[in-house]
Design a protein around this ligand. Structure first.
Ligand code: UT7
Length: 336
């Protein structure tokens, strides 16, 4: 095996779930001024799945049940649930607790991670570190579940055509003498480029009517704002940097990876990054045409699809790489 072996993770089971409802590019031409040609050429997206009212936790629970079945373990054996999302149904309880309730994994640790589109990579690395340091922890359930349709403004053509809903989950356990590396980063100076605000302070005692943090976009209600150009510039730099830094830590070249599963935001970002990394495009499994951008769920959804299509096989050297709101970015390398 190339590179140093270390304590890492084994992916025991995987599963994904998307809502049935589909919105095609053609459907969007009926609600905003756009075209199939513009969306396809600029992003690679042809359609996206959108919920018909089912909550984020339900998508996550369905994906989790499939991952547990694939792993051949019972929910009661899970010691930690990490849920990644920017679109939780409640501020509290966490998405992880609701998924725990739905799958019947009562009693284990459960928490959410919000790192936007990099969430799954952060969660993956966190799972590895818990497994490595907590002796009585056998299995971690890592679930990404997102309903971007909740905070997409369907009158804003620059963002509404990009996003979709979906979920995917991995069951992980500790693995000795394997390949593992990660590189995670963030750049809060770019916070204003991708934002969806929380509740405003309207407490009964408030006297000051000033808005806080005018450096952030003053958006319409909770709706998602994106400065596409700035995020694009960040993404084409951050993606190769994260892959290269994670590879460098274990002394391998990006070319030696069997597959690089990227966050699915825009096919053009991936084509540029592939060139910069000098890795052929067919090593980047892309399913953006079917699902659009599902934030933290996009990497594990693409992973599940790539396994189903035979593009990722057991024994392959895999890199997961994400970038997005925060701004955040990160890559994790492991052997599948
Ligand atoms: O998941 C988190 C990470 N997010 C990303 O990585 C997203 C990064 N950014 C992008 O992928 C791209 O910037 C977008 C896909 C969001 C936009 O593509 P672009 O090539 O940067 O387009 P643009 O924003 O420069 O807009 C070009 C033109 C504008 O018209 P004018 O000003 O040139 O007349 C837009 O108004 O395209 C127009 N436009 C549209 N036209 C038809 C913007 N959205 C649409 C649309 N349909 N949906």
């Amino acid at each position: 095996m190339a590179g140093n072996t270390t304590t890492g993770v084994k992916v025991l089971g995987i599963g994904m779930h998307v809502p049935q409802l589909v919105a095609t590019n053609e459907d969007f031409t009926k609600i905003v001024e756009t075209s199939d040609e513009w969306i396809t050429q600029r992003t690679g997206i042809k359609q996206r799945h959108i919920t018909d009212g089912e909550p984020t936790y339900q998508l996550g629970a369905e994906a989790a049940k499939k991952a547990l079945a694939d792993a051949g373990i019972d929910a009661s054996q899970i010691g930690l649930i990490i849920a990644t999302t920017v679109t939780a149904d409640y501020y509290t309880p966490s998405l992880a607790c609701l998924i725990q309730r739905e799958i019947g994994a009562q009693g284990c640790m459960a928490m959410d991670v919000n790192c936007a589109c990099s969430g799954f990579v952060y969660g993956f690395d966190m799972a590895k570190r818990y497994l490595q340091t907590q002796d009585d922890l056998k299995y971690v359930l890592l679930v990404a579940s997102e309903e971007l349709s909740k905070f997409v403004d369907y009158t804003d053509r620059t963002t509404c055509v990009l996003f979709g809903d979906g979920a995917a989950a991995f069951v992980l356990e500790k693995q000795e003498n394997t390949l593992y590396s990660s590189f995670l980063g963030a750049d809060g100076d770019g916070a204003q480029y991708l934002a969806a605000r929380g509740l405003r302070s309207v407490n009964a005692f408030r006297k000051n009517s000033e808005e806080f943090d005018m450096a952030m976009p003053q958006t319409k209600e909770h709706y998602l704002f994106q400065n596409g150009k700035e995020v694009y510039k960040f993404a084409v730099k951050a993606l190769p940097e994260a892959v290269e830094k994670a590879c460098a830590k274990i002394g391998i070249q990006p070319k030696e990876l069997d597959a690089i599963v990227p966050h699915q935001a825009n096919i053009r970002i991936i084509e540029t990054a592939a060139k910069n990394l000098d890795v052929e495009m067919d090593k980047f499994p892309m399913y953006i045409a079917e699902y659009g951008n599902t934030s933290s769920a996009s990497i594990p959804i693409a992973f599940c699809e790539a396994v189903k299509d035979g593009r990722i096989k057991h024994g392959d050297k895999i890199c997961l790489v994400g970038f997005g709101g925060g701004l955040t970015y990160g890559a994790a390398i492991f052997e599948y």
